[in-house]
Write a protein that binds this ligand. Structure first.
Ligand code: FE
Ligand code: FE
Ligand code: ZN
Length: 277
C-alpha cells in the first residue's frame, strides 16, 4: 500500500482536511499546525477532531506529517525569536496530542551567524526542554537544501542534533527529495549510495517520512525551489524509484509541489500507477 498525499490547507479544520485528502485519493497528508508565516493558531474544536478521527480510522490513513511554521527558528541569534519558536513548539506538541501517534516535522533552523555548533546545541536544548515522555507524537527533523545558514543539509548535522536529544525515541527524520538534491545528494544516479550514507551516519530506522518534490535547480544549488513532478531537474523516473525503494516504500510520501487540487490528484494518481504493490 502506497501512503501518499500532499500539503493541505488547515484553515477549515481537521474534518475538512480529511475529506479534502480523500477527494484527491490521498491516504496521508501534511498541514501547518498554525499560520506558517506568522505563528498564530486557531483553537482546536474537539468535535471536529473527533469527526476527523472517525474518518481517519474508517479510511485507513497512514501517519500524518504535520509541518511547523517557517517562522519557528530554534537557533536564531535573536533570543526573542528563539523564545517565540520554543513557545510555538510547546503549543504545537499539545495540539498534536489531539490526533495521537502522528508525525510533526520541522526545519531544524538557521543559525544566523552563530555557527553550526551553537545552532545544534540550541535546537537540542529546545527539544530537551519541551519533549515529554508521555507524548505520542514523533518529532521529525527535516533535511534541508542548505540555503543561507540553514542547519540540516548534512547528515552529520541531523545526527548531532539527534545525539543530544534525551528523549531519543520521540525523534526521527523526514527527507525531502528536492532538498536532498539541492544539498548535493545525487538521488538521480545513486539513490542507493545516498541511502547507504544516511544509514551509516544517521541510521535508516530514523527515517520516518519523505517529502516528494521535483526541483527547479540542478544538483547542489542550495536554493530550495520545489517543482512539479517530472518538470524539474530530478525527473519522474528518479522519483518513481524513490517511492519503490525497499528502504522507503512503506513511508508516508508528501507532495509539496507548486500545485492546485487537480495537479495534486494527477501526481497522486501517477505515483499510485507506478508503485509496485
Ligand atoms: Fe519543510
Ligand atoms: Fe519539505
Ligand atoms: Zn523546501
Amino acid at each position: 500500500m502506497l501512503y501518499i498525499g500532499c500539503h493541505l490547507p488547515s484553515s477549515k479544520g481537521y474534518l475538512a482536511m480529511g475529506k479534502h485528502a480523500l477527494s484527491l485519493d490521498a491516504n496521508t497528508f501534511a498541514f501547518f499546525t498554525r499560520n506558517p508565516r506568522g505563528g498564530s493558531a486557531k483553537p482546536i474544536r474537539e468535535s471536529d477532531v473527533a469527526s476527523f478521527m472517525r474518518l481517519y480510522n474508517e479510511n485507513s490513513f497512514g501517519t500524518l506529517v504535520a509541518h511547523a511554521p517557517y517562522t519557528m527558528n530554534l537557533c536564531s541569534s535573536d533570543p526573542s525569536i528563539r523564545e517565540f519558536g520554543r513557545n510555538m513548539l510547546a503549543d504545537d506538541m499539545a495540539r498534536m496530542e489531539y490526533t495521537p501517534n502522528q508525525y510533526y516535522n520541522f526545519h531544524p533552523g538557521s543559525h544566523t551567524g552563530q555557527g553550526v555548533e551553537t545552532g545544534i546545541e540550541q535546537i537540542a536544548d529546545a527539544l530537551n526542554s519541551i519533549l515529554r515522555p508521555e507524548q505520542t507524537t514523533t518529532v521529525l527533523l527535516e533535511g534541508m537544501a542548505g540555503k543561507g545558514s540553514e542547519i540540516g543539509s548534512k547528515f552529520q548535522e541531523l545526527r548531532a542534533i539527534l545525539d543530544r536529544v534525551e528523549l531519543s525515541e520521540k525523534m526521527g527524520v523526514c527527507l525531502d527529495t528536492c532538498h536532498l538534491w539541492e544539498a548535493g545528494f545525487d538521488i538521480v544516479n545513486d539513490l542507493d549510495g545516498v541511502l547507504e550514507k544516511f544509514d551509516r551516519i544517521v541510521g535508516i530506522k530514523r527515517l520516518k517520512a519523505m517529502h516528494l518534490n521535483d526541483s527547479k535547480n540542478p544538483m547542489s544549488a542550495h536554493k530550495d525551489r520545489h517543482e512539479l513532478i517530472g518538470k524539474g531537474h530530478i525527473g519522474s523516473d528518479a522519483l518513481v524509484k524513490v517511492i519503490n525503494h525497499p528502504a522507503l516504500r512503506k513511508l508516508p510520501f508528501i507532495l509539496e509541489t507548486p500545485n492546485d487540487d487537480a495537479g495534486y490528484a494527477a501526481e497522486i494518481a501517477f505515483m499510485r500507477s507506478m508503485y509496485a504493490e
